[in-house]
Design a protein around this ligand. Structure first.
Ligand SMILES: Nc1ncnc2c1ncn2[C@@H]1O[C@H](COP(=O)(O)OP(=O)(O)OP(=O)(O)O)[C@@H](O)[C@H]1O
Ligand SMILES: [Mg+2]
Length: 224
């Protein structure tokens, strides 16, 4: 699946480069008053979106090179809050609950952003009539007992990032498949089913773990 995804993403990127390049050339040539510019600009926006999608595909297939740095997850979350609020709309509250003296983690900052984005967008989609999202950080010292109960965790000092919502939740059948690439319960054209597969890939590649707690009608919590 990973090889298929990265092969597709690669060929797709070549086509997009041609499409976006031609758009730029046309936009440069056409006078400002030309009505056709609007259509070309629309093509450009759709092309940029498609390019974003191929980046997700590449991240999923793990071909994207990680650039791990020592980072503070609280600053990652804080810097994203204004953008996330715009994304989720007015009838959903976003409350960050950030631990002070949070430990540092070694991870690729843009991949961490991708994780947060995907989890928050999923939370939004689960609350069509509004609700609450909590983005939480905390230090997590996982001991032997915890590690035994949560195979294949290794005991040690970790930092947890959790995203919870008050949305529709998931039943067991859905829960069993959420990390599968292309698994989606959203209507055609709404979801690719790559969000959580991407999240999972990044978490694994960063030596982390992810757990999900959810029940139908009871909201969901994703803990990284
Ligand atoms: N917070 C959540 N609440 C309820 N269901 C969820 C939540 N997060 C994920 N899911 C379920 O898991 C499925 C897979 O999620 P995933 O993010 O991988 O794909 P998607 O959101 O459907 O599409 P994409 O992320 O590519 O736009 C969703 O279609 C949904 O059924
Ligand atoms: Mg998603």
């Amino acid at each position: 699946m990973g090889r298929l995804a990265s092969g597709l993403a690669h060929d797709f990127n070549n086509l997009l480069t041609a499409i976006l390049g031609q758009c730029d050339i046309l936009l440069r040539r056409l006078p400002e008053a030309e009505p056709a510019r609007k259509g070309i600009e629309e093509i450009r926006i759709a092309g940029e979106r498609a390019a974003g999608l191929t980046r997700q595909l590449l991240a999923y297939s793990r071909r994207q090179v990680l650039k791990p740095q020592v980072i503070d997850l609280n600053s990652s979350v804080t810097s994203m809050v204004p953008m996330l609020r715009r994304l989720i709309g007015e009838n959903i509250d976003l409350n960050p609950t950030l631990q002070t003296d949070l430990g540092h983690v070694e991870a690729d900052p843009s991949q961490i952003e991708q994780i947060i984005m995907n989890l928050v967008v999923n939370a939004r989609d689960s609350m069509p009539r509004g609700g609450r999202v909590v983005v939480e950080t905390s230090n997590a010292d996982l001991d032997e007992t915890f590690a035994k109960r949560h195979v294949p965790t290794r005991p040690g000092s970790y930092v947890m990032l959790a995203v919870s919502d008050t949305g529709v939740g998931m039943n067991k059948a859905t829960l069993a498949r959420i990390f599968e690439p292309f698994f989606t319960t959203k209507q055609l054209g709404k979801g690719t089913g790559l969000g959580l597969a991407t999240v999972y890939g990044i978490v694994k590649q960063s030596d982390g773990y992810i757990w999900v707690y959810s029940e139908s009608g009871m909201g969901s919590t994703f803990k990284v």
